[in-house]
Write a protein that binds this ligand. Structure first.
Ligand SMILES: [Zn+2]
Length: 196
């Protein structure tokens, strides 16, 4: 995210809720998915110029994303004083890539639950080696990085729907939203959170 002005530059990113296909190798057809999300009222008008992949929230947004707390007030127009709630649709990436942030913790081995303490040292390698395997220092099993348990604090995928700005755990996708995504893409979806 690009901030303008010194005050805004000091503000920490609240976070984003990220939706991605459950299988990190698959990717929906973005134009079809966008069309379905507009039709359901999840997203509204495009922000910025033609070709931008950022959208205002649509009229059905609050019925498709469940916010915790009793008085939900999202800011759906740009306002310098409050986080602006909007949706970004990523491009389709050729290989699974890791989205992570300051909230991301070391992933656990799915077999023995050992934590991969030095995961940050591997990130650059994973970016350029799409079939990288990671050997667990404890049980010695080797599996790709997306088959480690990242909880909901980071994750791999080839395509992402990102809801800005959402504090981790503050909002979750409803079954209805997951159903819309599944019907539009023919694939299952999951979610996680990242704070820059
Ligand atoms: Zn292990």
């Amino acid at each position: 995210m690009i901030f303008k002005g010194t005050d805004a530059a000091l503000a920490a990113h609240t976070g984003r809720l990220i939706l991605t296909p459950s299988d990190p190798h698959v990717c929906p057809h973005p134009p079809l998915l966008i069309e379905a999300l507009v039709e359901e009222g999840f997203i509204g008008e495009r922000l910025g110029s033609e070709g931008s992949a950022a959208f205002r929230t649509g009229p059905g947004f609050l019925s498709l994303v469940a916010f915790t707390g009793c008085a939900v007030r999202i800011c759906d127009v740009p306002d310098a004083r409050r986080p602006f709630c909007h949706v970004r649709i990523s491009s389709a990436f050729e290989h699974p890539r890791l989205l992570y942030g300051r909230n991301t913790r070391a992933p656990r081995c799915n077999a023995c639950r050992h934590r991969l303490g030095d995961w940050r040292d591997h990130v650059r390698h994973w970016m350029s080696h799409s079939h990288a395997g990671v050997t667990c220092p404890s049980c010695r099993e080797t599996r790709p990085p997306w088959l480690w348990d990242w909880k909901q604090q980071g994750g791999f995928g080839r395509f992402f729907v990102q809801i800005e700005e959402v504090f981790p755990g503050e909002a979750t996708p409803t079954h209805a939203l997951l159903d819309v995504l599944t019907r539009a893409s023919g694939m299952g979806w999951r979610h996680f959170y990242v704070q820059d």
